[in-house]
Design a protein around this ligand. Structure first.
Ligand SMILES: *Cc1c(COP(=O)(O)O)cnc(C)c1O
Length: 369
């Protein structure tokens, strides 16, 4: 028998989360962001749940081709655009929309002879200082792109930008920069990531670009910020108890002896460790659900196992079910005390963890991992 750990992907949760985004940004179209293999959920697995999105956005050319092969006919946006001349051919062949954030990318498109004009999203660096043309250089970049559109190399030109801290409030300055620099330019606008979808209606515009909330995780990394919102976990990581120890007061658990029992305690040993993707830095007290009862991690997470306090669930023993994260423990509740964000945990689910999909995918027989 394999180790009892497994992840389950809930397609209905993704569908409901997309429906929620539609209600939250009712006049916008939705790019469903599925970069990083759909934030670790598996593009092939979740693809059947994306039907209500208007487009999908990702970074990797192979992933983009894959979604076309899976039968996706609506727009596909490459969030970092193209890296060399060969990418232009692929973008052309598969009708990909490409982000253009620098002149080098315009040069690549200019040097190509696409069979049909390539749609682009011209990206402004409105203050994030990662990718994009600065506001004072944006109109010139747009004019160059517009000239290439006249030459049949570029199709539609959309305008986009990305926020540095949509999760903690201050984004009006970036919106102001964007609006001032694009005032006289035509084209659709796209600004909002998950945080801006939830908390900054002013940023919604023509297309929103939610990622993490489609998977039920918090854009701030903190579960309390999405408490009460109908965002459902798209991934549940489960395992079982494979060992039980009874500790006397003063005894310690695991590597480094970081936890000392202050009373007699039963400890459950769970088949899940950092080699499965559980964060090694999760401290004692991180929530875990055993047989449906919330309890806590105690002791250091090791490669293949972790240990939990069975005090609140005295009937639990070997074979008891354990939820590490999912519908009963938000992934953010595990990530935050470990000093990271749910995004990272979802993306870092280890290959060795078997993954099941909740809903039938019969309509897409080629869909897998
Ligand atoms: C990742 C990404 C998003 C989605 O961000 P979330 O915080 O997951 O919603 C949107 N736009 C761009 C350009 C991105 O890189």
């Amino acid at each position: 028998m394999p180790r009892p750990i497994f992840a389950r992907i809930h397609l209905d949760s993704i569908r409901e989360n997309i429906a929620f985004v539609r209600r939250a940004a009712a006049s916008s179209r939705v790019w469903a962001v599925i970069k990083a293999n759909a934030y670790g959920h598996g593009i092939g697995r979740i693809h059947p749940a994306l039907g209500e999105a208007d487009g999908i956005a990702l970074l990797d050319l192979d992933e983009a081709v894959r979604v076309r092969e899976l039968g996706w006919t609506k727009p596909v946006l490459l969030l970092e655009g193209i890296f060399d001349a060969r990418d232009v051919e692929v973008a052309d062949r598969h009708r990909l929309t490409v982000t253009v954030h620098c002149y080098e990318q315009l040069d690549l498109l200019d040097a190509s002879t696409p069979r049909q004009p390539v749609d682009i999203q011209l990206k402004m660096n409105s203050g994030m200082n990662r990718l994009g043309f600065r506001p004072d250089a944006f109109t010139r970049a747009w004019q160059r792109a517009s000239g290439m559109a006249s030459a049949g190399k570029i199709g539609k030109i959309g305008l986009m930008s990305h926020f540095a801290n949509a999760d903690d409030g201050g984004i009006d300055w970036q919106i102001d920069e964007f609006d001032a620099a694009t005032r006289d330019l035509p084209g659709t606008r796209s600004l909002a990531n998950s945080a801006a979808v939830l908390w900054h209606p002013r940023a919604h515009r023509d297309w929103v670009r939610p990622g993490t909330i489609l998977y039920g995780a918090s854009p701030t990394g903190s579960a309390r910020h999405i408490a009460g919102l109908p965002l459902r976990a798209a991934m549940t990581l489960s395992s079982r108890i494979i060992g039980v120890q009874s500790l006397a007061p003063g005894e310690t658990i695991g590597y480094g002896r970081t936890f000392t029992a202050d009373r007699a305690m039963r400890i459950g040993v769970v088949a899940c460790g950092y080699a499965d993707g559980y964060p090694r830095h999760a401290p004692a007290g991180t929530p875990v659900v055993v047989d449906g009862v919330r309890t806590r991690l105690v002791g250091r997470v090791s490669m293949d196992m972790l240990t939990v306090d069975l005090t609140p669930c005295p009937a639990a023993g070997i074979g008891s079910s354990v939820q590490l994260w999912g519908d009963q423990v938000r992934v953010d509740e595990v990530a935050e005390p470990a000093g990271t964000i749910g995004y990272e945990l979802m993306c870092a689910l280890a290959r060795r963890v078997p993954v099941e999909v909740d809903a039938p995918v019969a309509a897409h027989p080629r869909a897998e991992a």
